[in-house]
Design a protein around this ligand. Structure first.
Ligand code: NI
Length: 179
């Protein structure tokens, strides 16, 4: 396993569309494991391959408090989405930025697991939000795209400023999950 570098907004590589994975082989499993390691090290609850500059349809998640329930979704598809509720979101590609947006509250997802076997699962609450957020990454979409252009400009400026000052760690508000 290797800790991977996470791309940060507004890196244009975050805008690429990910391609389906044709075969779940050892290389894919290794990527999934490295992504999990990267996500845990960054205290995130989800990470899409796009965020580590691999443009394949693979995402990893763990919403458990104990950080011991890793989930790997390969070629995920949303079969059903119901309800709509606002919740605060963050993103490992936008460190320290959080905002409220609306997502479906209940979804049914089909994907391949780490073993290459297809499965379906129902998700609600944080897990549902997280899966929708990560699946957006695979389409080159970020949660700030749901906000106003003015808000995005402010966020871009803030991140730029913080990147320049990175030697002095900025105080971040960890009130919402980083996805
Ligand atoms: Ni994200």
């Amino acid at each position: 396993m290797t800790k991977l570098a996470i791309l940060e907004y507004p890196d244009p590589r975050l805008r690429k569309t990910a391609a389906p994975i044709q075969k779940v082989d050892d290389a894919v499993r290794q990527l999934a494991d490295s992504m999990l390691e990267t996500m845990y090290a960054a205290n995130g609850v989800g990470l899409a391959a796009t965020q580590v500059d691999v443009h394949k349809r693979l995402l990893v998640l763990d919403i458990s408090e104990e950080r011991n329930q890793p989930l790997v979704l390969i070629n995920p598809e949303i079969l059903k989405a119901e309800g709509l509720a606002p919740a605060e979101e963050g993103c490992l590609s936008l460190p320290g930025i959080y905002d409220k947006l609306s997502r479906a509250t209940h979804i049914r997802v089909r994907a391949l697991g780490r073993d290459g076997q297809p499965f379906e699962m129902d998700a609600e609450g944080l897990l549902a939000v997280c899966i929708q957020h990560e699946m957006d990454h695979l389409e080159g979409k970020l949660f700030v795209d749901y906000l106003s252009e003015l808000k995005r400009q402010l966020i871009r400026r803030r991140l730029e400023k913080e990147r320049k000052q990175r030697s002095t760690p900025s105080e971040t508000r960890a009130s919402a999950p980083a996805l």
